[in-house]
Design a protein around this ligand. Structure first.
Ligand SMILES: *Cc1c(COP(=O)(O)O)cnc(C)c1O
Length: 375
């Protein structure tokens, strides 16, 4: 069907834009010999996995369910990291994951032998205590009291037996200058133990496919670890794979006035784009302007009971009216993986825009999807 015929609300992922990102990532792999896996947390749209599999090395997961998704739907190299694994899931995790990354020496000691017996590569997450993001504590694994990774103080070189690699993940939507700063901290604190490793995993948070990203600095960072320590380098971006590659199409249901013009949409910031409230940020909206930029200003809100269910204030060339369709941008990541049916909100359909422009709805949701999680 045509884009204009899609039901609303609907997430639409644009195949050509995902492929554009994948080509950039593949370029980094080709020029450096590093390996890049998809971190599924931000984007787990399995319809796109065959395409992603043509470009990337595999998948990484935050636990059993994501690991199973990667194993079943991509079937390539499969990695996993969790702050702590459960006894009743570790066997299944080991059976489907190639790299198993532990967050502490106690977890390592508890489960390492099982993983090694199964021929898996074992890694340890380290915490370089190098914050490169300011005022963004909930996204900073190096913040005070963070539960992520072993710090230098608690590092036990005498217990590294069987450990093939070190893993760090400290960035969030950042450029390669912050990666470089982080690598300096890694070398200063943990450099002594790098030569005995087989691999190093740079984690995610690299905004590699963003317009202003410095690819050559990234590639220099990768080469530095390869040449100096003979390490295989892994990156596990999530956002970068589907950055700016999707839309959320919605319809205006009504317009009202209360000291300003307000439009109510058939979507919800809280349910369908939770990062708008959590991050928080103002999503791009096609054909709109900043407040004051165009003559008709509206506050865009959702159908839920939450007063704060507001997407933002936008201006338009024409007044909005019931039935108008609005298209939000950058809605592939942290959207469908994070949505909820709070307030009985229906979940948006999921569609693909093929490279020839044809759109296909690949999943629709209904009342049962709301009810099945309640009892
Ligand atoms: C979130 C996360 C990623 C992916 O981060 P992006 O910001 O999506 O690139 C990779 N590795 C780990 C351990 C993570 O927690």
């Amino acid at each position: 069907m045509k884009f204009e015929e899609l039901p609303t609300p609907c997430y639409v992922v644009d195949e050509a834009l995902v492929e554009k990102n994948l080509n950039i990532l593949k370029g980094v792999m080709d020029r450096t010999g590093c390996k890049i896996v998809l971190a599924q947390k931000a984007f787990s749209m399995t319809t796109m996995y065959p395409l992603i599999a043509e470009y990337l090395t595999g998948t990484t997961a935050s636990g059993l369910f994501e690991a199973r998704l990667g194993y079943e739907e991509m079937g390539k190299e499969n990695h996993v990291f969790s702050p702590a694994y459960r006894e009743d899931e570790i066997d299944e995790i080991i059976s489907i994951c190639d790299h198993i990354i532990f967050n502490s020496f106690s977890q390592l000691e508890k489960f390492k032998q099982k993983a090694l017996d199964a021929g898996r590569s074992v890694g340890l997450r380290i915490n370089p205590e190098c914050s490169t993001q300011v005022g963004h504590d909930i996204y900073d694994p190096c913040t005070t009291g963070s539960r992520f990774g072993v710090t230098k103080e608690h590092f036990r070189p005498d217990r590294l037996d069987g450990v093939d690699g070190l893993h760090f993940h400290t960035l969030c939507q950042q450029n390669s200058d912050d990666l470089e700063t982080t690598l300096n901290a890694i070398e200063e604190k943990f450099g002594e133990w790098l030569p005995q490793m087989k691999w190093i995993n740079f984690g995610g948070g690299h905004h590699i496919t963003r317009e202003d990203y410095d690819l050559s600095k990234l590639e220099a960072c990768i080469k530095r670890m390869q040449d100096k320590y003979g390490l295989e380098v892994y990156l596990e971006p999530g956002e970068a794979v589907a950055l700016d590659a999707g839309y959320l199409v919605t319809t205006v249901l009504d317009t009202i006035e209360n000291g300003m013009e307000i439009a109510i949409l058939d979507t919800s910031a809280s349910c369908h784009m939770p990062d708008v409230l959590e991050m928080p940020y103002r999503p791009p909206l096609f054909g709109s302007g900043e407040v004051g930029e165009k003559p008709f200003m509206y506050r865009l809100g959702g159908q839920t009971c939450l007063t704060g269910d507001v997407i933002g204030d936008y201006s338009f060339d024409q007044p909005l009216k019931s039935g108008d369709r609005l298209v939000f941008g950058d809605m592939a990541i942290y959207s469908m993986v994070k949505n909820t049916t709070f307030n009985g909100m229906p979940l948006p359909a999921i569609a693909v825009k093929k490279t020839d422009g044809d759109c296909q709805v690949v999943r629709q949701f209904g009342y049962q999807d709301f009810k099945v999680r309640l009892a």
